[in-house]
Ligand binder design. Structure first.
Ligand code: 5AD
Ligand code: SF4
Length: 484
């Protein structure tokens, strides 16, 4: 079970299904593609899981287009279907298994259809998947997307194809992601891959491999060209962006240094990032955020639990006190910063007292929003190997419910405090409910709706908040001269 309140930017969402837009592929068609004449084949990518997966699907689209394939947003038109998968909780995998049942029915109608699985579930289950899910022709882990054209050729010559080799240095730095399904205003940029933190509950280090940072020059170049093509917001992605580090010619660039470089591209380009690990959140980073108006004042800082015993058990490498110290530092350097978090209910050996500490920490920090999960044991993790999943289901559910109820109250209070404030809002599009309203976000990453003005999508406006719901701030334009 996953619950989300008031916001959409945590690194992991349970399900984002993305349909590929038909892309103008003339511009990217390569000579190689012409030679191979594979170009009539259409592919469709469906993405589950986190923003990182979403970003990876854009890389996959780019690799396939370069080989002459064309994206389609119509599943029925596809010759190749790729499902980019998530393994973070059992529930995520079960949803994907159900989806494969549907793919079987498509394949009965079109026996030439190629169905491939990408991402974390592909990496975790490898050949086992080919045995269990006959519908699959191809399996590719997160570091093997460059091999996709070859894997497709193998399938076309009658074989099942698989590559789940993890890499020590693959960052796809030279691949220009295809921004399909984009609003043309905000884009993800992957700045690192993998994770080495080995939190006891987490499958990510096993399915995404070792942590590696991407070449700083390629990141800055990508951000610059996005700005040139009209984008106004980039979100830098990594499992633990605070440990970003690039060393070249004896010069070291830290995450704060990277932010500074991107902030310098243009004051009208906003920068967000996810996710920060509390153990690595430095004062240097907070000062850099405070010094640049275009680095958004929003930090997603997953706490997981308010109990130092559970945090130690989870191998999080910080205590409740250390976490609160980081919160105090954020408030000190950036008083207007919003703070969001992830919380797991019912981890192994969690007592009622531990759970109460989570609730009290939430009250103390007053998170603006949170992503809240029920603990789900994942194979191969430290917790699965060494601990008992010993909190009964009904206790997990009750604790999760208490956490959600409290967060609902905190989110409501947080939004209430914003009434009468004036925020700079980047217009991202129209409200889902009405084209009479624009929708955008303020620096704190809260969604703001306001009546349509003469402004254009992609511009900044100042909006005075007049009312709110638990998920949205609603206001009116105060002045509109902030695009210079
Ligand atoms: N069970 C429940 N939640 C988990 N998360 C990661 N692994 C698990 C798991 N096994 C949550 C953490 C993490 C977020 C991305 O997903 O809160 O921060
Ligand atoms: Fe998983 Fe911990 Fe790495 Fe986050 S930091 S991806 S929770 S192992």
């Amino acid at each position: 079970m996953t619950f989300k309140l008031n916001g959409d930017s945590a690194l992991f969402l349970e399900l984002i299904t993305v349909y590929l837009c038909t892309l103008s592929f003339e511009s990217v068609k390569t000579e190689k593609a012409n030679e191979q004449a594979v170009s009539n084949k259409k592919f469709f990518i469906e993405t589950y899981g986190c923003q990182m997966n979403f970003s990876d699907s854009e890389i996959v689209a780019s690799i396939l287009e370069k080989e002459g394939f064309t994206g389609t947003k119509e599943l029925k038109d596809a010759d190749l279907i790729f499902i980019n998968t998530c393994s973070i909780r059992d529930h995520a995998e079960q949803r994907i298994r159900k989806r494969l049942d549907f793919m079987k029915s498509l394949k009965r109608k079109n026996p030439n259809l190629v169905v491939g699985m990408l991402g974390c579930m592909a990496e975790r289950l490898k050949t086992q998947l080919l045995e269990e899910e006959q519908v699959l022709d191809l399996i590719a882990g997160p570091d093997s997307y460059r091999d996709l054209p070859k894997l497709i050729t193998d399938v076309e010559s009658g074989h099942k194809a698989i590559n789940t080799i993890l890499s020590l240095d693959e960052t796809y730095a030279d691949v220009s992601p295809v921004r399909y399904d984009s609003n043309g205003i905000s884009a993800f940029i992957s700045i690192m891959r993998g994770c080495e933190n080995y939190c006891a509950y987490c499958v990510v280090p096993y399915v995404r491999g070792q942590e590696r940072s991407r070449d700083v020059t390629s990141i800055v170049k990508e951000a610059g060209s996005l700005f040139q093509s009209g984008f106004r917001e980039v979100t830098l992605l990594g499992q633990n962006v605070n440990s970003y580090e690039w060393i070249e010619g004896g010069v070291k660039t830290s995450f704060a240094g990277l932010l500074e470089k991107i902030a310098g591209i243009n004051p009208l380009l906003r920068i967000r990032f996810a996710t920060s690990h509390p153990k690595d959140l430095s004062d240097e980073l907070l000062k850099t955020m405070a010094d640049h108006q275009n680095i958004c004042k929003a930090i997603h800082l997953p706490v997981q639990s308010g109990s130092s015993f559970i945090l130690d058990h989870m191998n999080r490498k910080y205590t409740r006190e250390k976490y609160l110290d980081r919160i105090a530092a954020i408030r000190h350097y950036i008083p207007e910063c919003s703070i969001s978090t992830d919380i797991i209910a019912g981890f192994c050996d969690e007592s009622e007292e531990d759970h109460k500490e989570t609730l009290s920490l939430m009250e103390q920090v007053e998170f603006d929003y949170a992503f809240m999960f029920r603990y789900s044991e994942r194979p191969d993790t430290l917790a699965a190997e060494q601990y008992q999943d010993n909190v009964p289901d009904e206790v997990k559910d009750r604790r999760l419910r208490e956490i959600i109820d409290l967060q609902q109250k905190l989110s409501w209070q947080s939004n209430k405090k914003d009434v009468s404030k004036i925020f700079e809002v980047l217009i991202e599009g129209y409200s889902k409910r009405s084209r009479d309203y624009f929708s955008g976000r303020n620096s704190q990453n809260k969604v703001v709706l306001f009546p349509v003005t003469g402004n254009k999508i992609g511009e900044y406006v100042r909006v005075k908040i007049i009312r709110f719901t638990s998920a949205t701030l609603i206001g009116e334009v105060h002045e509109d001269d902030c695009n210079k």
